[in-house]
Ligand binder design. Structure first.
Ligand SMILES: Nc1nc2c(c(=O)[nH]1)N[C@H]1C(S)=C(S)[C@@H](COP(=O)(O)OP(=O)(O)OC[C@H]3O[C@@H](n4cnc5c(=O)[nH]c(N)nc54)[C@H](O)[C@@H]3O)O[C@H]1N2
Ligand SMILES: Nc1nc2c(c(=O)[nH]1)N[C@H]1C(S)=C(S)[C@@H](COP(=O)(O)OP(=O)(O)OC[C@H]3O[C@@H](n4cnc5c(=O)[nH]c(N)nc54)[C@H](O)[C@@H]3O)O[C@H]1N2
Ligand code: SF4
Ligand SMILES: [Mo]
Length: 712
């Protein structure tokens, strides 16, 4: 008999609702379901997501490596666990509790994110826990926390966008990264009010064609100047919301003074965006505040810079000057990326946080969480370090000697990836838990096979801060274990008597209690309540169980209720042009692939759509470098090189080249990127690197590629 399960997509933060039909012989079909974010729609990755369930090389047995450099071989769970326990003991003998580190992922369910943090702090007793959300959302989170006192990426229901007269997208390419999102832009486009800031004419920038809006195409990293220019015009035209600024914010006078020095012609000189476009963008935003509403939204293009927090801040400042957050129609939001990017950063994978978005240095928070975990506050470790710093410390004399990775393929996705791979090699023991072999499992001493999305129960928190249920449609393959089970088993074997339930609903109840009274309070809901609701609530969901769709309408979450503006100044990228590195490389995403590609490079239809890396460049640049369409080119920075097929296009500025980061080995864009990070958020500068580009000999490449095992 066919069984039907209502769940959500395994991939991005839009968390499109889907229905899975599982047939007895094992085949699964996917269809879209109505939900606020997707209205029944799915993208190509969603449609093809079931293909991953029976990937031919799916991990089905633990693997261990007997000697460094030797092969991985199949092992029993008992043997793999014993190896891990030995590794933990040996590392602790050398370096104490902090000799073991944990790296998590924003794709893990809330239940797993919570238990992984608990495992790190209670069982391993290490301060070294962080996760790939540092690569993703941390600049926006830092800017929101310091301004609003709360980091809920989208502080309103996504459906509020439907009436909008103007929407500014700074560094977000939703047409490829969240295709069903484009329907929420329809009204703004009809009114000619879509504003896209992107150094590329991305698929989303093209949505402004035919009078639907305006595309501002600055130099990478020049957004602060552009946003200050727009603010300059708004202030000069008297379109600022003075009452709102006076009553509900602080710090706006300094920002106004700064903006007064960034007139549009100066911004044009700095960023390359014509002054007329800056004025147009300002008019569109100001003109729609009372006409359907104006919205300012940011994506990774604004954030993944050495000054990412300040860039998001500039966008927030703009929204505050227009008084957007006080309106039911209008506001500022950041578009969270990973499936559980929002929930994953609330419950304790981040080095400085405890569940409920509590700070690990806060005495009351430590007491509360220690109470839930049955330990004394003194036993709780202190704050660790952000992801990139954690990677840098691996295998150094004073750093961690053992690492657990759950839900990240960092050998491909970490910045300056060659350095990251060297650090993995320097570890005594690397444990990687995944559903498929990845470029990171290639470095592992122990590989643990785990369940995936349609095989597990849990909850996710989507980009609106809305809780939803992930449901099990079919049993996992024999030999595979749920991570809740893995942490339960390892806790026992490592001599901990803390409770590690293997039932997701019980873990949720514990998480809910731990979050009670915290900034992201989930205490008023449960699996049962979420199952009964047509659409889940947006947090905080306190004891009265009510949803909080628009937390900032009347007051912000800062101690005095006021939003705190911060003065920010334009500057140059940290990895700037010079020394023969005369072009900027921008990295980003393609429709058909997800992240490091560990999942989507295994789905035939997606590989068919985009088989390998390419390097997009402007015709003038191609001509100057003597590169033809389809030729192999190599992109080199101060750190390393990556290759791809040349794609010549007018969608780029002549001073910018683009590469997707979904491909591995010689095609990995992160061989090139810099691991300099934003000082506030710890986010790496993925979006801009100074590079040189040259055509390479195809025969040479073929030999090297074959040796390195590159396909596509
Ligand atoms: N298909 C697909 N969808 C995804 C993902 C995926 O891997 N594949 N990943 C998910 C995740 S985790 C995330 S974080 C989101 C990311 O979603 P997006 O933020 O939309 O994705 P990106 O392609 O990384 O970056 C967006 C745009 O920023 C532009 N950009 C680069 N530099 C700058 C700059 O200096 N200023 C400005 N204004 N723009 C710049 C790039 O040209 C790019 O078009 O997507 C989610 N959805
Ligand atoms: N150059 C460049 N680099 C970037 C970016 C960029 O724009 N440019 N973007 C950055 C961003 S925003 C992000 S979010 C990162 C993401 O990069 P990664 O952290 O590498 O993310 P994924 O590729 O999604 O890796 C997730 C891994 O976990 C596995 N997995 C899936 N579900 C589970 C599960 O439930 N449990 C476990 N244990 N494993 C699971 C998958 O098979 C996969 O191997 O990349 C960053 N890197
Ligand atoms: S937009 Fe995101 S959540 Fe929706 S189907 Fe595509 S990958 Fe899945
Ligand atoms: Mo992300």
């Amino acid at each position: 008999m066919t069984s039907t399960t209502d769940t959500h997509c395994p991939y991005c933060a839009l968390q499109c609702a889907m229905r899975l039909e599982s047939r007895p012989e094992g085949s699964v079909t996917v269809s879209g379901r109505d939900f606020p974010t997707n209205k029944g729609g799915l993208c190509q990755k969603g449609w093809t997501s079931a293909a991953l369930l029976d990937a031919p090389d799916r991990l089905r047995m633990p693997l261990v490596r007997d000697t460094k450099g030797g092969p991985l071989r199949e092992a029993s769970w008992e043997e793999a666990y014993a190896r891990i326990v030995r590794g933990v003991r040996a590392a602790r003998e050398v370096g104490g509790d902090d000799a073991v580190a944990v790296f998590g992922g924003g794709g893990l369910t809330n239940e797993k994110a919570y238990l992984l943090g608990k495992f790190a702090r209670v069982v391993l007793r290490t301060r070294y826990v962080d996760y790939n959300g540092r690569f993703c959302m941390s600049s926006a989170a830092a800017a929101a926390n310091r301004t609003f006192g709360l980091d809920r990426g989208m502080p309103f229901p996504i459906e509020d966008l439907a009436s909008a007269g103007a929407i500014l997208l700074a560094g977000s390419n939703v047409a490829e990264t969240m295709p069903p999102f484009v329907q929420h832009l329809a009204r703004a486009r009809e009114r000619g009010g879509l504003i896209v800031i992107d150094p590329r004419r991305s698929a989303t920038a093209s949505l402004t064609d035919d009078g639907n809006g305006v595309h501002l195409q600055p130099l990478p990293g020049a957004d602060i100047a552009v946003l200050l220019g727009i603010l300059h015009v708004i202030i000069a035209s008297g379109d600022l919301d003075q009452t709102f600024l006076q009553q509900r914010t602080t710090g706006w006078e300094e920002v106004a003074a700064r903006a007064s020095t960034w007139w549009p012609e100066r911004v044009e000189r700095e960023s390359g965006v014509p002054a007329s476009q800056i004025r147009r963008a300002a008019q569109l935003l100001a003109g729609s505040v009372d006409e359907g509403g104006s919205f300012v939204l940011t994506g990774r293009g604004a954030e993944q810079h050495a000054r990412g927090t300040d860039t998001v801040q500039a966008a927030i400042n703009l929204a505050l000057f227009l008084g957007l957050p006080r309106r039911a129609r209008g506001g500022f939001a950041t578009l969270t990326g990973q499936g559980n990017g929002q929930g994953g950063r609330e419950h304790g994978q981040k080095s400085d946080q405890l569940p409920g978005y509590r700070m690990i240095t806060d005495v009351a928070a430590r007491e509360h969480i220690a109470g839930i975990w049955g330990i004394s506050p003194q036993e709780l470790p202190g704050p660790g370090v952000p992801a990139v710093e954690l990677l840098h410390r691996l295998g150094t004399p004073d750093g961690p000697r053992m690492l657990f990775v759950h839900g990240s393929n960092l050998a491909v996705s970490a910045p300056n990836a060659e350095r990251a791979r060297e650090r993995l090699t320097a570890l005594d023991t690397l444990v990687v838990c995944d559903i498929v072999p990845s470029e990171t499992t290639e470095y592992a001493d122990v590989v643990l096979p785990t369940t995936q999305w349609a095989e597990e129960e849990g909850t996710m928190t989507n980009l609106e801060g809305r809780l939803l249920r992930r449901r099990r449609a079919q049993p996992p393959p024999n030999g595979v274990r749920d991570e809740l089970q893995i942490w339960h088993d390892l806790a026992l074997l490592l001599g901990s008597n803390a409770s590690f339930s293997t039932a997701a609903s019980e873990v949720f109840d514990e998480l809910a209690a731990a979050s009670a009274g915290g900034r992201s309070d989930y205490s008023g809901t449960s699996h049962l309540a979420l199952d009964a609701a047509a659409v889940g609530p947006q947090w905080p969901v306190g004891t009265d169980s009510s949803s909080t769709p628009r937390p900032f309408i009347d007051r912000f979450s800062t101690p005095d209720g006021r939003a705190v503006l911060h003065d920010v100044v334009p500057g140059r990228p940290s990895d700037d042009l010079g020394d023969h590195f005369e072009l900027y490389l921008v990295t980003g995403r393609l429709l058909a692939h997800y992240q490091s590609g560990a999942q989507t490079r295994r789905v035939a239809e997606l590989v068919g759509a985009t088989p390998g890396a390419f390097v997009a460049l402007h015709p003038l640049t191609a001509q100057r470098l003597g590169v033809d369409e389809g030729e192999l080119v190599e992109v080199t920075s101060r750190r390393g090189s990556a290759v791809g097929i040349a794609r010549i296009t007018r969608d780029l500025r002549p001073d910018v080249v683009f590469m997707p980061f979904h491909f591995a080995k010689l095609q990995a864009a992160n061989n090139v990127t810099s691991d300099v990070t934003d000082p506030v958020s710890g986010m790496p500068e993925f979006k801009v690197s100074a590079v040189q580009v040259r055509a390479v000999d195809g025969a040479w490449y073929k030999t090297v590629a074959e040796r390195a095992g590159v396909h596509g």
